[in-house]
Ligand binder design. Structure first.
Ligand SMILES: [Zn+2]
Length: 138
C-alpha cells in the first residue's frame, strides 16, 4: 500500500452541519464540536467521501489534488496558526501577492502582513487563503 492509499483510508472527522474539518474538543463537556458553526454532530468518514460530500453541497471542489494531506493540515489550522505560519514562512511575500499584488514592495514586512491579515478578514477571504496555503505547506 502506498503512502497515499494509506492516507486516503485514514478517518477524517467533519461537521455534519457545514462539513468543516475544523473540529475541536470541549474538555469541559468532553465532546467534539465544529469550531466554525458550533454544531456538535460530528461525522466520520474518509477523505474521498468527505470531498464528495463537500463538492455536492458547495458545488465546487475544495482542492484539485484529491487526498492531499496538506488540505487537512491547512483546514485544521486556527486563524492564529495561519497567521503564524505566514509570518514564519520565507515565502510570505509570494503568499500575500497571490491575493493582493498591489501590496508588493510597498511597505515593510510587518506593515504588509498587518494589512494583509486585515484585508483577508474584512473581505472574508480566509477560505481562499487556505486554498492557496495548501500549496505552501511542505
Ligand atoms: Zn460546522
Amino acid at each position: 500500500m502506498s503512502y497515499n492509499e494509506e492516507y486516503n483510508s485514514d478517518p477524517v472527522y467533519f461537521c455534519e452541519n457545514c462539513y468543516s474539518l475544523y473540529i475541536k474538543h470541549d474538555d469541559f463537556l468532553d465532546a467534539d464540536y465544529c469550531a466554525k458553526c458550533g454544531c456538535s454532530n460530528i461525522g466520520c468518514t474518509d477523505i474521498k467521501d468527505w470531498e464528495k460530500l463537500y463538492e455536492n453541497r458547495y458545488k465546487r471542489k475544495l482542492v484539485t489534488r484529491a487526498g492531499d494531506p496538506n488540505v487537512i493540515k491547512v483546514y485544521g489550522m486556527t486563524w492564529k496558526e495561519i497567521k503564524q505560519f505566514i509570518c514564519d514562512s520565507p515565502r510570505w511575500e509570494s503568499i500575500v501577492c497571490r491575493m493582493y499584488p498591489h501590496l508588493r514592495n510597498r511597505y515593510g514586512r510587518a506593515d504588509t502582513l498587518m494589512m494583509f491579515f486585515d484585508l483577508v478578514t474584512r473581505q472574508n477571504r480566509i477560505n481562499e487563503l487556505k486554498d492557496i496555503l495548501v500549496k505552501y505547506i511542505v
